[in-house]
Design a protein around this ligand. Sequence first.
Ligand SMILES: Nc1ncnc2c1ncn2[C@@H]1O[C@H](COP(=O)(O)OP(=O)(O)OP(=O)(O)O)[C@@H](O)[C@H]1O
Ligand SMILES: [Mg+2]
Length: 440
Amino acid sequence: MWTADERHLAVGFDFGTTNSSVAIAGADAQVKLASFPLAGIETQSFRSVLYFEQYKTSEGHKRAHSLTGPAAIEHYLQTDEKGRLVQSLKSHLSSRTLTGTEVFGRRYKLEELISRMLSDLRKHTVNQFGKQIRYAMVGRPVRFVGAETDEDQEFSVARLRAAFALAGFEHVDFEMEPVAAAYTYESTLDHDELILIGDFGGGTSDFSLLRVGPEVRRRGRKPEDLLGNSGVGLAGDAFDARIIRKLVSPALGSDSEARSLNKLLPAVPAWIYANLERWHYLSFLRTNNVREILRSARIRALEPEKIEALIAIVEEDLGYQLHQAVQELKFALSRLDNAEFRFRGAGMDLRIPVTRTKFESWIQEELAAIESAVDTLLQSSGIKPSEIDRVFLTGGSSFVPAVRQIFESRFGADRIRGGNEFTSVAHGLALRAAESLRRG
Ligand SMILES: Nc1ncnc2c1ncn2[C@@H]1O[C@H](COP(=O)(O)OP(=O)(O)OP(=O)(O)O)[C@@H](O)[C@H]1O
Ligand SMILES: [Mg+2]
């Protein structure tokens, strides 16, 4: 049996591809965010990462355990013998081929891996607020990464639901992430508006067009207040992958050739670099097969030092550090017209200047896909840009100027608002949970 308190606890849970957050709305619609310690300071977003490491018991037996969030990253960086660090798990929910993975000789289903993170977040929130949590309003993208059909979408939701059940939630409801962000924006309004929300995360870019405001709330929401949603399964992770492909992989020999029977051929097969683009796949490259390919490539390559650097990246498992360097470049280019990509390690000291224009040319395809999702939403709902009162942009990738530009060119800078980039979805989910509990 649930106590009345448990039944009425409005919990919003945003399990993000890169960052997760949890919020609780009180009876007075005041929202409190769960906070997590990170290097001595409190933060309200929890990195969605999982780290498995092996240790020896006092009897000398090898055992493995896992850590999540900031603790996972700290442990990973501190230990010499690296375990397995995994991230962006949400992006695999639609994949029927990725059922799970083996870590230190044990198989884990994807739902179990995700539930490890959800369970820690839940425990943390329970401790912080001193209340038992059995129910949550959970965010979902409009379109999951890789989902092509309605069945793929349902499959993804079912797996996410299973992960929440494994983490101890007895019941969850789902709400579209951009709709949740709209609740956060709405809480700042003193009049009704027709708004377009754009939420750009690590995995997905999601849009909703809806009417919100105090009058809408007072008269009660109607289905027609939501004019439509659209989404595309790419965002910040896809931008990072482009930086790797265009900047990092060439430094590691992706354009290099090797001599083979008087012909010049690519020194290293392209699929090896494809694994580099998603850094948490890098650990899959530490196999004898890959070692053999790289050893023989180094001997035949016209630029052996580049293959040498690739070998060192793989052997020293520097995927995380490489990815950090990529992120720093991307963040700097959100602020500046020019920045320098810097990476030291694997016998390299890379310093490569990059202009924002260059970066924007690398992500043209992604930007076009985002534009098309926005235009499709406007067309299908029959709304002209001039009818939209405000555009609210949120999520970490909304900091990318080329992403903002898509909206500035359609709606003008004056109509664009932003904010609470990493917490607006959880905050709005808590408000959404409170509303649905009030309605019973
Ligand atoms: N200043 C910045 N400039 C560019 N990108 C940024 C910046 N800050 C964060 N990001 C990117 O934002 C993304 C994370 O954003 P966010 O936390 O909103 O995603 P998420 O909610 O975890 O993902 P999703 O909503 O897709 O599940 C990462 O790809 C990160 O690199
Ligand atoms: Mg998000």
